[in-house]
Design a protein around this ligand. Structure first.
Ligand code: PMT
Length: 419
């Protein structure tokens, strides 16, 4: 029986999904063969790009037979490029997995090098990147490798922790490639919802959804305030998607310059305290609360009358904490299905998991923010977490991501009701 006959006919959790597998040089490269087999066993289409080092451990014929496609390893291979150019291949991938990822490969990814085919493909791809390191324990624990991993994670790349155990070199410690079955699970988790879970017009029929959107303004006096750069685009996109999914939708909106989504009831507020009051009022009868608003964590302790004149010297402000609206909603009994958002400058996964737990949320959608991303732009990338699951949505237009997120919420809500 050929690998195609063995794997090609089966239908699984990765039906039709397109996985680009980068294999680096290391003894764990032999496990990449098993990974190809398992991915195909779940229905994925797999293309392999190997470094020169990888092909010293496992031959081209092995990956070719298992994947059913020519193995790519040379940026200058005219014949292979004519069949599918490297940019085309980078765009083809819905996810890029590097397993095993050697210390050298991690360093090259971290620094954006593109000095061979696999690194060029990664740099040319917008797909989620899953790195599965495997190496000698000293190399893994070396500060240079750890700094590269931290840097990659801060960029939103998912890096699995290697397993701890007996190593090929005879030493004991962290550095073993995790089991291929676990890697397949992470691939599935990181891929956007499949066609079966996609958006439809009746996903939230009969449900009531409350969305908070935009910034809050915390007044210093009658004309000045502390605010943030939220434009309301993400929140309004979520509200529109929920409406299109058949829900009755209320948006509690901070001050934004967007027209209200047609068919959605909008309650306009300015401060965090006003937003809290409106949200608590609306969620009592809601099935879902999605907290997309960028609520100010603090407000000035005092609001001055009029417009105090400039004085010589500096100005000291005393700030007091605002109530945490989403945590308060999550603590209600009964409560709606609660989805938080997290705007983070680094370490997205760690912060999201912490907020999911600390605020008692059902789900959290994290986005990296900084100059030109997250706030006040059309596109975004969301990394969504819930107990026992995660998925990457995007990069893409906020309107498209909102639809995927709403489809995900509808599925989780239905699962919760079935329990
Ligand atoms: O509006 P855009 O320009 O389109 O930008 C979109 C966005 C970046 C604002 C959005 O995608 C986003 O990340 N929203 C959440 C921003 C935020 O405040 O994140 P946070 O990590 O500080 O808060 C975590 C969660 O707690 C959020 O759901 C927030 O609404 C909620 N929160 C925070 C503070 C507070 N006092 N009460 C809250 O409910």
């Amino acid at each position: 029986m050929t690998a195609d006959e063995e794997c090609g006919e089966r239908r699984g959790r990765l039906d039709g999904r397109r996985v680009l597998l980068v294999v680096a040089g290391g003894i764990a490269a032999y496990k990449a063969a098993e990974l190809v087999r398992k991915l195909r066993g779940e229905g994925a289409e797999v293309r392999v790009a190997a470094t020169a080092g990888a092909l010293r451990f496992v031959g081209v014929a092995t990956f070719q037979a298992l994947s059913g496609h020519r193995v790519r390893h040379d940026l200058w291979d005219e014949e292979a490029e004519a069949a599918m150019g490297h940019i085309e291949l980078a765009r083809w991938a819905e996810i890029v997995v590097a397993a095993p990822a050697s210390a050298h490969l991690l360093a090259r990814f971290a620094h954006g090098l593109a000095d061979d085919l696999p690194t060029t493909l990664v740099l040319a791809s917008e797909a989620p990147l899953l790195l599965v390191p495997a190496m000698n324990r000293v190399m893994w624990l070396h500060p240079a490798t750890q700094a590269n991993v931290a840097h990659l994670r801060a960029r939103g790349v998912t890096v699995l922790e290697p397993d701890v155990g007996e190593q090929a070199c005879g030493e004991h410690g962290p550095g073993r490639l995790p089991e291929p079955a676990l890697i397949v699970e992470r691939v599935q988790a990181l891929l956007a919802p499949g066609p079966g879970e996609r958006f439809s017009a009746d996903l939230l029929a009969g449900r009531r959804v409350v969305v908070s959107a935009g910034p809050t303004r915390e007044p210093l006096d009658e004309v000045r305030y502390i605010g943030n750069r939220s434009s309301g685009r993400m929140g309004y996109a979520v509200a529109t998607a929920a409406l299109r999914a058949g829900a009755e939708v209320v948006v509690v909106s901070g001050p934004v310059g967007l027209p209200p989504p047609e068919g959605v009831r909008v309650r306009r507020v300015e401060t965090a305290l006003e937003m809290r009051e409106a949200v608590l009022d609306e969620v009592r009868a809601a099935d879902v609360f999605m907290a997309v608003a960028a609520v100010a964590d603090y407000r000035p302790a005092r609001r001055a009358a009029g417009k105090p004149a400039k004085t010589a010297g500096g100005l000291r402000l005393e700030l007091v904490p605002n109530p945490d609206i989403v945590a308060e909603v999550a603590a209600l009994d009964p409560r709606p299905f609660v989805v938080g958002f997290a705007a983070e400058a680094d370490d997205l996964e760690a912060h999201c998991r912490n907020k999911l737990e600390r605020k008692g949320l059902d789900m959290i959608a994290g986005n990296l923010v900084g100059p030109g991303r997250g706030f006040d732009v059309e596109d975004n990338t969301l990394h969504v977490f819930w107990a026992g699951g995660e998925v990457r949505l995007g990069p893409g237009a906020k309107t498209a991501l909102a639809r995927d997120l709403v489809a995900l919420v509808a599925r989780r809500l239905a699962e919760r009701r079935r329990r």
